[in-house]
Design a protein around this ligand. Structure first.
Ligand code: FES
Length: 122
């Protein structure tokens, strides 16, 4: 049902947990399934230098958040803003069709966190 990459992220989620010294925090929820995702960002010299997440949701939501935190490290906020749900799905190899919206949740949480970056750090 799940790809080897999804299973690897479920087995060992990357960057799980709150980030005490985050400069911005975003969240997104899906009102239909109830999944909730918090995303934390640390910015230095105009780049995302660290990201972490807290998720209350299904396994693909955890895998999507886990892979996304790795994808955005080193990107500028503008580059991260260009990521789309399909990029996250591709990074996970594939997802069952009825779980592809978990990647939308991940991108929604990212965009929420990007919008919360203090203006002097963008
Ligand atoms: Fe809805 Fe995962 S099942 S976001």
């Amino acid at each position: 049902m799940y790809s080897p990459t999804v299973l690897a992220h479920l087995d060992q989620p990357r960057n799980a947990g709150a980030m005490e010294d985050a400069v911005s925090r975003g969240e997104a929820t899906n009102p239909v399934c109830g999944d909730l995702l918090h995303l934390y960002l640390k910015i230095d010299a105009g780049r995302i230098v660290a990201a972490s997440f807290q998720a209350q949701g299904c396994p693909p939501t955890i895998a999507a958040a886990s892979v996304l935190t790795g994808m955005i490290e080193g990107l500028t906020p503008a580059q991260a803003r260009n990521l789309a749900p399909a990029d996250v799905t591709r990074a996970l190899e594939y997802l069952p069709r009825n779980k592809e919206h978990c990647c939308v949740l991940a991108i929604d949480a990212l965009r929420s966190a990007l919008a919360a970056i203090p203006i002097e750090m963008v």
